[in-house]
Design a protein around this ligand. Structure first.
Ligand code: PLP
Length: 379
């Protein structure tokens, strides 16, 4: 059976990237690799929409989240965590590990945070030094309003906005410079359609000022070292040479198709998936605040979403993600990031329809595929 990886990370990697990475290894302290490294960091600036240096770390996304905290904050500093899912929770855990105090805004899963609520908390706690948030919360499929939230921090020198854009950067616009974001993170195994193993992070001037005063322990993920080296077209430690070569191929491709087309592609796949499932009575979990990086779909009340996830794999070789914690059994999650196209979306909707028919669920057979196909044909 053919396998389809349709999870919101890792995602399928295009063949031209795999072939680039299959070439013989080169040494990293060579002019040849320095040029590749330089091109990759220049290309990343475009996707991050910034003039700042974008640092390439040999770690998964969480490594860059860890680095964002320990390179900007100090012991007993206070951070405001927007917690609307598993990755919001991760910010709390990282802060705890570093003895950074937290205020928390708990957001109902499936909803976006209201910037007014953030404003209220900032008024009450004038000593908050950072807001920690996700641009796209992958456990719920929610897109938080980063541009509006940045309005609360960009003109203040005493607070920074740290954005986990791991399933946002490359999928939809997150305008680092224009909006005034201070720290932004991306990850290779998401919209960059690469294998896992690289994380990307950009810091604003204000964040670098915070870095000068930060007293939290750091060594491998010391971003000032990474920054100094990046300006010299290299990294302080052995870089993930092969992955960076693959990244270059991806960034060249992004250049060729244009960022607008890349973003448009994600949003059409997202709209087709949402409307397709709606046509068979399955609602989007993040209604009104959907991230176009993935679709999070509620299973019918009488059916455990875990059964849909399991049957998609058993019957069709399709791997989608289920829900975690409070959303377990209630939702399933499908990527729009990576080497994905119309046929993948049609196939997964058809697969779910097939499973629902077998489970005796009543709906208008074929309506999901018909609706999605119409939208996908605009691509
Ligand atoms: C929004 C978000 N933040 C953080 C992470 C953690 O990244 P990693 O698993 O690469 O450490 C993920 C991974 O799924 C994510 O989607």
């Amino acid at each position: 059976m053919k396998n389809y990886v349709l999870t919101p990370g890792p995602v399928p990697v295009p063949e031209f990237v795999l072939l680039e990475m299959a070439k013989p290894i080169i040494h990293h302290r060579t002019e040849e690799f320095e040029e590749i490294f330089f091109k990759a960091s220049q290309g990343l600036k475009k996707v991050f929409m910034t003039e700042e240096e974008v640092l390439i770390l040999a770690s998964s996304g969480t490594g860059a989240m860890d680095a964002a905290v320990c390179n900007t904050l100090s012991k007993k500093d206070k951070a405001l965590v927007i917690n609307g899912g598993k990755f919001g929770e991760r910010w709390l855990k990282i802060c705890k590990a570093y003895d950074v105090e937290t205020e928390e805004i708990k957001v109902e899963w499936g909803k976006a945070v209201n910037p007014k609520e953030i404003e209220k908390v900032l008024k009450k706690h004038k000593d908050i030094k950072a807001i920690l948030i996700q641009a796209s919360e992958t456990s719920t499929g929610v897109k938080h309003p980063i541009e509006e939230i940045a309005l609360l921090t960009k003109d203040r020198s005493d607070i920074i906005l740290i954005v986990d854009g791991i399933t946002a950067v490359g999928a939809f616009p997150v305008e680092f410079d224009k909006w005034g974001i201070d720290v932004l993170i991306g990850g290779s195994q998401k919209a960059f359609m690469m294998p896992p193993g690289l994380a990307f992070i950009a810091l604003s001037n204000k964040a670098w000022e915070f870095n000068k005063n930060s007293n939290l322990p750091k060594f491998y993920l010391d971003l000032s070292q990474a920054h100094k080296n990046s300006l010299k077209k290299t990294s302080p430690w052995t870089p993930a040479v092969t992955l960076i070569i693959g990244l270059n191929a991806v960034l060249n491709y992004f250049d060729k198709i244009g960022l607008d087309n890349l973003f448009r592609r994600h949003s059409i796949l997202s709209e087709a998936t949402t409307k397709g499932f709606e046509a068979i009575g399955l609602e989007n979990f993040a209604k009104g605040c959907t991230s176009s990086a993935l679709s999070v779909i509620k299973s019918p009340e009488s059916i455990d979403a875990g059964v849909i996830v399991k049957e998609l794999k058993n019957k069709y070789g399709m791997i989608v993600a289920g829900g975690q914690d409070q959303a377990k059994g209630k939702i399933f999650r499908i990527t729009h990031m990576g080497y994905l196209d119309k046929a993948d979306i049609i196939a997964v909707i058809a697969g779910v329809e097939g499973i629902l028919i077998e489970l005796g669920h009543k709906f208008k057979n074929g309506a999901g595929v018909a609706t999605a196909t119409k939208i996908l044909n605009t691509l």
